[in-house]
Design a protein around this ligand. Structure first.
Ligand SMILES: Nc1ncnc2c1ncn2[C@@H]1O[C@H](COP(=O)(O)OP(=O)(O)OP(=O)(O)O)[C@@H](O)[C@H]1O
Length: 312
């Protein structure tokens, strides 16, 4: 998806005023969460641990009921799980007694119960090829590396051809090398299929590589989407070369600055205007945003690549 998505276009997914309160004696984890996703867009959400990212993803999947607000996808309210929304979790959740191809076939049959055995197999093989797993069809999950298992999970999710793919830190458990290879594969598959994706990550570099827009959440409780950051790098960016573009550091510094300073400040000051107004849409390095301007031309700072495990 390109950066030329017009915000005036009717969004494919609309999340409005979402709040979640797990216990009545505790404040809501998040509230007033509103954002839109356009068809073919890749959205990443970043925020400190516990701000409610997985809860929002589960609500999008229809696996979790919000306390307030609602979600509409493709003109229909999300009120339960559906094959239209595929989920990839950090733990790949493969069925251990089935082979790679059987795991995929199982999912494909749920989408297309009338298909013949051959149709199911051919369809599955196409997606296994996409993630570079041709040759591993007969292996059981226990015989696969972590990266291979996650690839099967991705192939399975894509094979069902959901209208939206939801990914909860899909590469969190992988080593850096494997993570990079699968990120590249995901980028290529999304470009080929124009898949709509909502993904949670703690890795700012991953978000800059993959996302068209990055949603920044303030710390919980009462977390909210504080900013929507537009990725202003060219869509054809590549993991190996994107750090040569000065714009990469403007984006990166903006995201890290949010995680290290502003997410906490927003929670401390209870900035009600920020919490209840529309999230700011920012283009770091291109907007005349003070917080970015002061850092624009600095070399890459010695900053964390990943969000801290807990609020700073
Ligand atoms: N079923 C539940 N019952 C009660 N509290 C819950 C439940 N699920 C999540 N929570 C609480 O809601 C808050 C948000 O959890 P959630 O997993 O959505 O956050 P997160 O931002 O995805 O965190 P992380 O980055 O660590 O995965 C946490 O404080 C968590 O303890």
């Amino acid at each position: 998806m390109s950066n030329d998505v017009k915000d005036s276009e009717v969004p494919f997914v609309k999340v409005e005023g979402l709040a979640k309160q797990y216990r009545s004696d505790l404040p809501p984890v998040f509230e007033n969460v509103s954002f839109s996703i356009h068809k073919g867009e890749f959205i990443c959400i970043i925020g400190h641990s516990g701000c409610g990212k997985s809860t929002i993803l589960n609500a999008l999947a229809g696996l979790e009921q919000a306390s307030r607000g609602g979600i509409v996808m493709d003109g229909k309210e999300v009120d339960g799980p559906s094959l239209d929304r595929g989920v990839v979790f950090q733990g790949h959740a493969l069925l251990p007694w089935l082979s790679v191809e059987e795991n995929i076939a199982f999912a494909v049959r749920s989408r297309h119960p009338g298909w013949s055995r051959n149709q199911v197999a051919e369809h599955g093989a196409r997606f296994l090829k996409m993630v570079g797993l041709t040759g591993a069809e007969k292996k059981k999950p226990a015989e696969l590396s972590g990266g291979m298992k996650q690839r099967v999970g991705i192939a399975r999710a894509f094979a069902v051809e959901p209208k939206m793919l939801l990914m909860d830190e899909p590469f969190g458990a992988l080593d850096a090398l494997t993570r990079g290879v699968i990120q590249d594969e995901l980028l290529r598959i999304c470009a080929d299929t124009r898949q709509t994706v909502f993904m949670i990550t703690h890795d700012v570099d991953e978000a800059i590589l993959l996302a068209d827009k990055i949603l920044l959440m303030s710390n919980g409780p009462r977390a909210h989407i504080a900013e929507i950051v537009i990725n202003t790098l060219p869509r054809e960016r590549q993991r190996e070369t994107m750090h040569h573009d000065p714009q990469f550091y403007r984006l990166r510094n903006h995201l890290v600055d949010f995680l290290v300073h502003r997410s906490k400040k927003l929670q401390e000051t209870r900035d009600l205007k920020a919490a209840y107004g529309e999230p700011r849409v920012v283009r770091p390095g291109l907007d005349s945003l003070k917080v970015v301007a002061s850092r624009d031309d600095e070399p890459p700072t010695n900053t964390p690549r990943r969000a801290a495990a807990g609020p700073a």
